[in-house]
Design a protein around this ligand. Structure first.
Ligand code: NAP
Length: 325
């Protein structure tokens, strides 16, 4: 663990009282479920959790009533409408409106109901399409966004700004964390709209089961990407709840880059597919490099712990247990 779990925490610290009420919004998602696992492992006994069906966070009155009756001390906001390029292109109104509603309702209601500290989660898509690599926090709002996900990105940027505005106007401890590409248990392995890592895992798995001779992957495999196991992110979230109370949002990444080719070969090995991996270089590659500069969080003393290989093994074990064959 990257520094989380100290026993000398001050009385107002996140870790000083494991019976403090913590609301983890979006607890059944990839990120929220990892945060819940982490908090439970640390001994937190009073987590407040609501499924989407139990509490629709786009409904302001319901969110207000929830905060009024539960009065959590801490909030971690991992609920969002997320999706890939196709979903963003097809449902731009949903991506901007739902995310603005969720975060506006939760952040404002949390402040008005006396929450001590809130952490808002966004993603690397907040940064300009042509941001310098690795991307530092200061790149925010320095250029045009990637058009395919600007609806989602604009909502997430508004969330960062809302946390800053409430800190400036009210002195309220609201912070934002921007994770890199995540993977792990509870990821989305859908055949059409999953991210590259779970999509590769599923394809190699299905090819293994069918004893296929080859798996064809789009592009040349040369783009560089960064991945963080979601359990490392959960550790980083707890670290920030304990150690960070600044105005600026914070990048959370592994700092380790792999080519898509290296990733695919590692996934192939972990899954145990023995056929060939074929690259279809007539298909587009996407952005050549995307890496976050996480030196700010690393400088505060946090470190990710899970190697890509170990993380892939863990994720594949989860896949085998949970995803319909
Ligand atoms: N996955 C990544 O690689 C990644 C990378 C960087 C940052 N993040 C960030 O992490 C956060 C969580 O992402 P995730 O990957 O964990 O997404 P996820 O797996 O789809 O989980 C999102 C959760 O939010 C819930 N939710 C959505 N709309 C809701 C509503 N109106 N009311 C109540 N609950 C609602 C969902 O419940 P239902 O499923 O029942 O709707 C789900 O449990 C997002 O802010 C995302 O930007 C993710």
């Amino acid at each position: 663990m990257g520094g989380v779990g100290n026993d000398t925490a001050s009385p107002n610290s996140f870790l000083s009282d494991k019976s403090a009420k913590v609301f983890v919004a979006g607890h059944r998602g990839l990120v929220g479920s990892a945060i819940v696992r982490k908090l439970q492992a640390l001994g937190f006994t009073n987590l407040v959790l609501r499924t989407h069906a139990e509490l629709d966070l786009t409904r302001q009155n319901d969110v207000d009533s929830f905060f009024d009756s539960e009065k959590p001390r801490f909030v971690i906001l991992a609920a969002a409408k997320v999706g890939g390029i196709h979903a963003n292109n097809t449902y731009p109104a949903d991506f901007i409106a739902v995310n603005l509603q969720i975060q506006t309702n939760v952040i404002d209601s949390a402040y008005r109901h006396g929450v001590q500290k809130l952490l808002f989660l966004g993603s690397s898509c907040i940064y300009p399409k042509f941001a310098p690599q690795p991307i530092p926090e200061q790149a925010l709002l320095t250029g045009p966004l990637e058009p395919t996900n600007e609806w989602y990105a604009v909502a997430k940027i508004a969330g960062i700004k809302m946390c800053q505005a409430y800190r400036i106007q009210y002195g309220w401890d609201a912070i934002s964390g921007m994770p890199t590409n995540l993977y792990g248990p509870n990821d989305n392995f859908h055949p059409e709209n999953s991210h590259v890592l779970p999509a590769l895992m599923r394809r190699f798995h299905e090819a293994k089961v069918k004893s296929s001779k080859e798996v064809v992957v789009w592009g040349t495999g040369s783009p560089l990407r960064e991945f963080l196991h979601v359990d490392d992110l959960a550790d980083g979230v707890v670290f920030m709840m304990e150690n960070y109370s600044g105005l600026e949002h914070v990048n959370v990444g592994s700092g380790k880059e792999v080519t898509i080719k290296e990733l695919a070969e590692l996934v192939k090995e972990v899954v145990g597919f023995e056929g060939d991996l074929v690259w279809d270089s007539s298909k587009p590659d996407g952005t050549p490099r995307k890496l976050m500069d996480s030196s700010k969080l690393l400088g505060l003393g946090w470190n990710p712990n899970i190697s890509l290989k170990d993380g892939l093994v863990d994720t594949y074990n989860w896949y085998l247990e949970h995803v319909k064959q």
